[in-house]
Design a protein around this ligand. Structure first.
Ligand SMILES: Nc1ncnc2c1ncn2[C@@H]1O[C@H](COP(=O)(O)OP(=O)(O)OP(=O)(O)O)[C@@H](O)[C@H]1O
Ligand SMILES: [Mg+2]
Length: 254
């Protein structure tokens, strides 16, 4: 626990959480809980945070497809450092420089390990702070949900996919993960919605994490200039093409 010698919470070190979108440590989260509930005993606040995080972790595990349930960053070989560093850069407090990355994009051909690596990274992040991962789904599902929300006007509902992607309600400060952004040219509906929420996320430093089959060099021709510029211009991009079949993880297991 981050405590000073008198046993109180060490405010200076804990107050450094600069934005709503940061992955607070458990100590920082407990500090916030105590601060927001001055009349509650500290042990109760600690127990509350631990219980919230336990439930969130359980919920996230359910969102991870069966195939990737055991994916672990320990099995990624030299990719571990690369993806962890990139994610840490994305989640770092914004310096408000033009180059602040807001997104992390894994791109490369089918079977190169993008989803496996992404879910391993998400599981690692969930261990640290499960509360700040607010959306985990495939792009196909995302589009399906948005289509149904927009055709029934449900997109304004609290907790709608559209709410989560844009954090309209303020209840979803955190990282969104979208697996397998289609390599098909997006329809007008998709381009419109992708542009809107990516623009919103970029402008408000709301982190996103995407995998796609489209190579970074082909972003503009597949997604169009405007979308490509938002994706590439504000993201750390990790290309998987050269890493195909070079993961040491499966060898280690056998
Ligand atoms: N580091 C690894 N250790 C063990 N298995 C791995 C590793 N990376 C990938 N795999 C396995 O290889 C297969 C293909 O990986 P994955 O599904 O992540 O590829 P992908 O790049 O997302 O492909 P697609 O573009 O088709 O979605 C999966 O069964 C996955 O579990
Ligand atoms: Mg995949």
């Amino acid at each position: 626990m981050a405590q000073n010698p008198s046993g109180r919470w060490d405010e200076t070190s804990l107050k450094t959480m600069a934005s709503n979108f940061l992955f607070e440590t458990r100590d920082q989260r407990i500090y916030r809980m105590i601060k927001n509930n001055p009349n509650k005993p500290e042990p109760l606040c600690i127990a509350a945070v631990d219980e919230i995080w336990r439930q969130k972790r359980e919920g996230l595990e359910k969102l991870i497809p069966e195939r990737f349930r055991d994916a672990s960053i320990a099995d990624l070989g030299y990719m571990t450092g690369k993806v962890v560093t990139a994610m840490e850069e994305v989640l770092a407090p914004p310096t408000r420089n033009f180059n602040d990355p807001v997104g992390l994009v894994f791109c490369g051909p089918a079977g190169s390990g993008k989803s496996h690596t992404a879910y391993a990274l998400l599981r690692w992040m969930a261990e640290r702070n499960p509360e700040r991962i607010v959306y985990v789904d495939s792009y196909a599902h995302l589009v399906q949900d948005l289509r149904s929300e927009f055709s029934s006007d449900a997109y304004t509902d609290l907790g709608a996919t559209w709410d989560i992607l844009n954090n309209i309600s303020g209840l979803y400060p955190g990282l969104i993960f979208i697996d397998d952004l289609s390599s098909q040219k997006p329809t007008d509906f998709e381009t419109d919605k992708l542009m809107m929420f990516l623009e919103n996320r970029v402008n408000n430093y709301m982190p996103f994490f995407i995998t796609t089959n489209v190579r970074s060099a082909d972003f503009a021709s597949v997604f169009g200039e405007r979308l490509a510029s938002r994706l590439a211009g504000y993201s750390r991009i990790i290309d998987f093409e050269t890493f195909d079949k070079r993961f040491p993880g499966s060898e280690k297991k056998s």
